[in-house]
Design a protein around this ligand. Structure first.
Ligand code: GLN
Length: 321
């Protein structure tokens, strides 16, 4: 069916969803990374970006927070740019784990694959895949430049977060060496883990993440810069990964109730992609038990419900002035 929505309907839905979610309590900041426990839990922002560059921002959308697991999305894109989607499928996999993001059990269950680049194991493996191999600085430049291409502006490392995370990432160290045992680390293991930890510690705003989301929704064309950030064929692949595992063990419940593929991070961010229509991002630190932001989820879900949108609806959506 054809469905037409106006930009002012989109803006109104975002405003309403933002103000309802702002009243929610519940959840708690991540505290297994000490730095995150001390972020102001009242911060909350919601950003929407359309493929033509129109954006709507409510609340703390210029606050730079830890990108955390949302960094898995751009690095998976980079791995696909460098090694093709088939290469990523072969070396990492594209399967939902149905388990928490940091699961070691998931690796043991499927030791022929780290499952998907969007959980810790697959993301560390993706960092190891990035070229040029053996050169940490050049790999880091490739990772951050790719994020800049997707956002239209650069992320900034939160040094304190990087230190906090590096000092406490014992579980991720175990994951890295277990993967090495299964020949799923394609570069130096310590360097690959360090790149993963550093990319998780990048500061990003919800308005930047909405640009990244809209770039994916637009088949790789960044709405701010007008540049093709990646080949169009990568867009459905990364959106599939986001849909299947973006909310970890809650991914099915999330897609069922919200209708939008979305990726979360323990910094409190959520990035949502509605292919061909829009990108959305929200940020609020308190998380539910699976590590997904309570307010960000509620805002994105309500936004979709108000507009009657959903990736599975089968609608051809046109946005007009
Ligand atoms: N850096 C975090 C970790 O490795 C990211 C987790 C997340 O955002 N879900 O545990």
């Amino acid at each position: 069916m054809n469905k037409t929505i106006t930009k002012s309907q989109i803006e109104g839905a975002a405003r309403e969803a933002y103000s309802h979610a702002a009243g929610l309590s519940g959840g708690a900041n991540a505290d297994y990374i000490p730095f995150l426990a001390n972020i102001n839990p009242r911060l909350f922002g919601l950003s929407v970006m359309l493929p033509d560059g129109t954006s709507f921002n409510f609340g703390d959308t210029d606050y730079s927070f830890g990108i955390e697991s949302i960094s898995k999305v751009p690095t998976a894109i980079l791995a696909m740019r460098q090694h093709t989607p088939a290469g990523v499928l072969n070396e990492i996999g594209a399967d939902a784990t149905g388990l928490p993001f940091n699961s070691i059990f998931a690796i043991l269950l499927e030791n022929d694959h780290p499952s998907t680049p969007l959980v810790n194991a697959g993301a560390i493996s993706a960092c190891s895949m990035i070229d040029p191999k053996g050169d940490a600085d050049a790999k880091w430049n490739a990772i951050t430049q790719n994020i800049t291409d997707l956002c239209g502006s650069a992320p900034v490392l939160i040094d304190e977060l990087y230190k906090s995370e590096s000092a406490t990432n014992f579980n991720n160290r175990a994951i890295t060496w277990l993967l090495k045992n299964y020949n799923r680390i394609y570069d130096d293991p310590d360097m690959s883990l360090d790149l993963y930890t550093r990319q998780c510690s990048l500061g990003i705003t919800s308005s930047q993440l909405a640009v990244m989301a809209a770039t994916i929704a637009s088949g790789g064309v960044n709405p701010l810069t007008g540049k093709q950030a990646f080949e169009p064929a990568i867009a459905p692949k990364i959106t599939t990964l986001i849909a299947t595992v973006g909310f970890y063990q809650h991914s099915g419940d999330w897609l069922y109730t919200s209708g939008i593929p979305a990726k979360s991070g323990v910094g409190g961010g959520v990035l949502g992609v509605l292919p061909g229509v829009l990108g959305i991002a929200a940020f609020a630190p308190p998380l539910d038990s699976a590590g997904n932001s309570v307010k960000a989820q509620a805002a994105v879900r309500e936004f979709m419900q108000i507009l009657g949108l959903g990736i599975m609806n089968g609608d051809r959506v046109t946005v007009t002035d």
